[in-house]
Write a protein that binds this ligand. Sequence first.
Ligand SMILES: *[C@@H]1O[C@H](CO)[C@@H](O)[C@H](O)[C@H]1NC(C)=O
Ligand SMILES: *[C@@H]1O[C@H](CO)[C@@H](O)[C@H](O)[C@H]1NC(C)=O
Ligand SMILES: *[C@@H]1O[C@H](CO)[C@@H](O)[C@H](O)[C@H]1NC(C)=O
Ligand SMILES: *[C@@H]1O[C@H](CO)[C@@H](O)[C@H](O)[C@H]1NC(C)=O
Length: 960
Amino acid sequence: MASLLTSYHFLYLFFFFPHLSASSVTHLCSHHEATALIHFKNSFSIIKTEFTSFLCDDIAGLKSYPKTNSWKKGTDCCSWDGVTCDHLNAHVIALDLSCCWLYGNFPSNSTLFLLPYIQKLNLAYNDFNYSKMPFEFGQLTRLVYLNISETLFAGKVPSQISHLSKLVSLDLSHNVFFDQLTLDKNILEGLVHNLTEVRHLFLDRIIMPSINPNVFMNLSSSIKSLSLGGCDLQGKFPSNILHSPNLNLLNLGYNRNLSLDLLKFNQSGNLEHLDLSWMSFFTKLIDSIDNLHDLKYLDLSHSNLRGSISRSLGNLLQLTYLDLSWNQLSGQVPLSILNLTQLQHLIIAENSLEGPIPDEVAAFPNLMSLDLSNNLLNGKLPSWLYTASSLTEIYLSQNQFSGHIKEFQSKSLEMIVLGNNKLQGPLPSSIFQFLNLTWLLLYSNNLSGVIEFSMFSNLPNLEYLDLSLNSLSLSSNNVSQFSPFLKGSKKLKALDLSNNRIEGKIPQWLQEVTCDSLSYLNLSHNSLTEVEQLPWKNINILDLSSNLIHGNLPIPSSTINVFLISNNSLGGKISSLICNVSALQVLDLSHNKLIGTIPQCFGNLSNNLEFLNLKKNKFYGMILPTFAKGCQLSYLNLNGNQFEGPLSPSILNCRSLEVLDLGNNKINDTFPHWLGSLPRLQVLVLKSNQMHGSLHDHSSKSSPCFSKIQIFDLSSNYFSGPLPGRYINSFKAIINLTKDASTMTYMGVQDVNGSGGFYSYSIGIVMKGQDIALNKIFVMWAIIDLSNNKFDGEIPKVIGKLRSLKGLNLSHNNLNGYIPTSIGSLTNLEWLDLSSNKLVGRIPRELLNLTALSMLNLSTNELVGCIPQGKQFNTFGNTSYEGNKGLHGFPLSSDCNNNELPPPSNLSEEGGSKSNIDFGWKVVLLGYGCGVVLGLGVGYVVFQTGKPMTGNRSNGGRRI
Ligand SMILES: *[C@@H]1O[C@H](CO)[C@@H](O)[C@H](O)[C@H]1NC(C)=O
Ligand SMILES: *[C@@H]1O[C@H](CO)[C@@H](O)[C@H](O)[C@H]1NC(C)=O
Ligand SMILES: *[C@@H]1O[C@H](CO)[C@@H](O)[C@H](O)[C@H]1NC(C)=O
Ligand SMILES: *[C@@H]1O[C@H](CO)[C@@H](O)[C@H](O)[C@H]1NC(C)=O
């Protein structure tokens, strides 16, 4: 987008001032002017900065070079590059120094201002290093053309600019590095008032605070170009300008708070370039736009357009650029689009278009880029895609295209992004001839066949290759065949071959890709069996999970941030060499057969390590050594090993710890109550160990205690004594879960190393009696499981405060007394299991308030009376109540007869505290199989990479 706009400016430059590029040699310029020019040149460094080369060469597609190198003392300045003199007096009348490597602060006493006859001045695309724009520009009153766009001037536009009353064209726009220049209200007013001759006004991305858009009403009706993109204008734009008969270019894009009255374009308009993207209006604009027969450039992206694309769009026969992306367009793409044979850029991504794309042989012969990604389009890829000979970019990901990919004719292809469709068959062989191919992203299709990696040898520019989630096999041909690939692909940064059928060893060629460039490699979900070494020197993210890899843990390069090798068959001990990999942030070794103790040095690793998953291995001994000060761990999962503990209090050094899962080990210890002071702990799982003792806490009542906890699972241990009322009272997060579910849906860490990566926490938990592996933990979840212990006494009333609780399991303990009526306040509760205790009395009617409840188990207690009727209670079956001899009513077969019951007041909890005399301290050791499934789910890390995206490309936040 930016590139198109800026090159458009240049078109203007050469269109109106064709002589700018040619210099006159007939007269000699004055000594005075020559000296001024030399001084001017010398006041700058002549350097190709990143800024200028990016803007001129990459974005604008112009060739930057140091024009002033041809300026020599003693020669005629009229012959110098970029200088134009008038024929009569040999005065310098025009200076074109755009894109010529000027670098440095622009001096306010610049000798440029000593060129009194200058009429045309172009300084665009130089780097003035955020210096102030001198007010002396206002002295050059003969100027008819002034272009100081993209020059890194900063600060205020001086008011003297409005003295340049002869200006026909003024360009102060900054599209790339913006937010530097501001234009005050009164200066803009002066400018509009004084510049009566102005025909071309470009003020893009200049900050204009509190400007009333009506000020532009006073612009001359002969205005031809008006470009105010991204000026943060507010209110309504005056419509008279839109009807100016001469208006040729209008850009009001990216003024999110600017609106327009309903537009009616009339037939006589001359508009060629129209950008109304990112504005706040809602209109059927697209209907009258077909009157603009001369329109070449149309950008209505992000404009709240709804409904289907009007057929009349097909009348805009001159269109070369069409962007309707990020709207709510639905229906099919109209056939009439095939009329637009001049189209070079067709962009309708991020809508809800459906059906096939209109097809006709050789329909868009000039097409260079096509982006229809993220729609509901289906059918085959259109045939014109294969015939367009200048095509460089294809983005059709996130649709439902099917069929084979055929051979492309365009040799210029750079981006082929077809991920997330239903394409089948082999890769077309023409792909392997595209010298400039940079992205090849074909993930998540049904592509099949054998990939011969030698074929990639012709793709020296390949940076991102993603063939994951297909049915491709790797050719296992002899090694030497692959080496050309290695030579060729010096630029490969990301390679994703996950979810395919790659078997055996990591192929030698890939091991030899010492490709210093490779920073992301994903070979997960294949059938690899062997990895001897990991030779990639600059790797950041390596995913080898879910293969069949055996042998010892391979040690990656010390640059690695994310190393995932879970779900394999690694065995043996972990080498302490792993501790040299000091940049590690995420390490997942879960679901392997690793044995031994954890190396001592692990404690220091935690200075960078945020995420450590050792779940389901065969580690034993102490639970990790000492955690060093500054420990960064936020997720520690040691579930399913044979650790004996105890947990060292040094874990309190990990102040960011959010998830601690020590379940299914052999820890024989009392409850580590000091964990309560970890300020961010949200998930604590200690289930299925040999932990014992009371949870009675001696610490002072005022100290914060598990205040962020949301999942608290102590099930299947030998804890005894009363339920921990003091903790329950301090579970602030469950009492009032205020998190906004929409901003962050899962618990986890985002943006590993800024790579756009994302991984979420996982644990195993019992939900509604089912053993569930949570690959992602919803931020809103709150679960307490204290089942299968030896807790006794009553259920504390305070439990009713845990209003955000979703699941409560207190089954298989020795709890007695009444079910507190306060449980009726837990209106978010989805499952409640109080079974196999010694609870007495009636089921409180208040439980009818639990409208979210879908699983209730009160079986095997000593409850009596009528089962409450109605609401959720109509949905529970016998099993919820069996083993309570005194219960009656639906769904049990025994009828409920209220007369048989004692008055309810006797059985309410208010009188309850006395009644626990009836129930002694008889310890009932409960077996592990009484309808309670032990939760040791198979949780694993979900590591979902952001598909490669570059910020440098002008396609900005494209979703691919
Ligand atoms: C401009 O001012 C600077 C100091 O502010 C001085 O060093 C320089 O010589 C002046 N240049 C001219 C051309 O007067
Ligand atoms: C208009 O330009 C003249 C000189 O050309 C100047 O004196 C005057 O101040 C300008 N007016 C405004 C409002 O800037
Ligand atoms: C554009 O296409 C439609 C349908 O394909 C056709 O009816 C119409 O005549 C075409 N318009 C022009 C101006 O060619
Ligand atoms: C590849 O890119 C280079 C540099 O941009 C260009 O000169 C060349 O023409 C391109 N090759 C093809 C086949 O388009």
